[in-house]
Design a protein around this ligand. Structure first.
Ligand SMILES: O=C(O)CCC(=O)C(=O)O
Length: 192
């Protein structure tokens, strides 16, 4: 696991560490088999809309985003192993994880920031990727020309920290390329 420098020119910290998790294909197969994936529904302008991905929430604390309640499920042995990798890479402790399953290229996540109040002022978030390599995009909130695109390979760990969530938005765009499933785990520290 190589040390990784900051990829952002300013206003936050973004580090990508490749090969953070050994045997990523085996981990992917276990995540698909062991996690109870659910289809969340968000209310968008008063109408129920299925999120374009499946999700699961595990950990010590619940979480509410986009009007969706996430009561926590217990840590599993695999999730605890992955949490220690995320904590080692990020140098930070986590008490919760949001898991996203992108079934194919028509699943994705729109532009947003992880800036909900329970995450605190400058949250550290560590994101592990498995399965298909997908593009991850960031753009600065007030400087539209200032953007970044990264490929997130299986077994990699992306760390977002410092003021990033205040100044940047991120997204996992849908793609027309034929891609297989991808699982992403974002480890967070929820403050009560
Ligand atoms: O799938 C990804 O890499 C992005 C996940 C994400 O943006 C989030 O969970 O807030």
């Amino acid at each position: 696991m190589a040390a990784a420098g900051n990829l952002l020119p300013r206003d936050g910290i973004l580090r990508l560490v490749g090969e953070a998790v050994p045997e990523p294909d085996e981990v992917m197969a276990r995540l698909l088999a062991e996690i109870e994936w659910r289809q969340d529904i968000a209310m968008i302008v008063g109408r129920p809309v299925k999120l374009p991905r499946l999700t699961a929430w595990h950990g010590d604390a619940g979480y509410r985003y986009s009007g969706i309640d996430n009561p926590p499920k217990a840590w599993t042995p695999l999730l605890l192993e992955l949490r220690s990798v995320a904590e080692r890479v990020a140098g930070s402790a986590f008490n919760s994880v949001l898991l996203n399953l992108y079934r194919d290229g028509s699943d994705g996540m729109g532009w947003h920031a992880d800036d909900e109040r329970p995450l605190g002022q400058d949250p550290v978030i560590a994101s592990l990727s498995f399965g298909a390599t997908r593009r991850f995009r960031l753009k600065h909130r007030t400087e539209p020309g200032n953007s970044l695109t990264l490929e997130l390979p299986p077994g990699s760990c992306l760390v977002m920290a410092g003021a990033l969530q205040h100044h940047w938005r991120h997204a996992l765009p849908k793609t027309r390329r034929a891609v297989g499933p991808r699982v992403n785990l974002t480890f967070r520290l929820i403050r009560r």
